[in-house]
Design a protein around this ligand. Sequence first.
Ligand SMILES: C[S@@+](CC[C@H](N)C(=O)[O-])C[C@H]1O[C@@H](n2cnc3c(N)ncnc32)[C@H](O)[C@@H]1O
Length: 208
Amino acid sequence: MFALDADGLRGRRVLDVAAGPSAFTAGANARGIDAVAVDPLYGLPADALATHALIDHRRVVTEMRRKPELFQRGTFGSIDEAAAARAKSARVFVEDYAQHFVHGRYVGGALPELPFADGEFDSVLCAHLLFIYAARLDFAFHLAACRELVRVSRGEARIYPAAGADGREYAEIGRLRAELAAGGVTVETRAVPHRFFVGSGTMLVLRR
Ligand SMILES: C[S@@+](CC[C@H](N)C(=O)[O-])C[C@H]1O[C@@H](n2cnc3c(N)ncnc32)[C@H](O)[C@@H]1O
């Protein structure tokens, strides 16, 4: 999703925002990356999160099967394969969360105000929150969220995907770019190798 260089990130501090029941943080730490995840759900007991992950998994898979025309072969060969990978990711997450919540690897918090200091992370990531919920989260939220992702990063922030749930580029990208540029932040749309659903081939890279 983020076209990351895992070797280059070894020993660096990475923040996954809106991480939910995903295995990124567990996998990154296993590779020697100092990764931390933040999500409003964190703080709940691990078994409550396991139930939440299961319900979320069913909802996403039902949605994928209802709209197979949105699925793109690439990272996964089929919807079944994608569903199995997501289920595994949720299991890895719950195990890692149960073990490492107490060590501060998983932090409760929400955009547009994250509980971290300015420039605390070398790299900041945010997948499947901004732009795909364009109907629920308005432009003001997107702008404030982008500024916040940049604030906690001393390098760059990456947002995936650059498209909305309909697979089209975020409709307000021009306005977002202009507002961020006025605050000294550049926005680059960059191709990524991940393919999952229509419009899943690009991310935004924000830099101060
Ligand atoms: C679709 S999930 C994405 C999970 C993960 N990033 C992925 O790509 O698989 C969206 C996540 O955003 C979280 N979320 C909702 N509102 C948020 C906010 N204001 N700030 C940060 N995260 C939020 C939800 O709790 C949920 O875990």
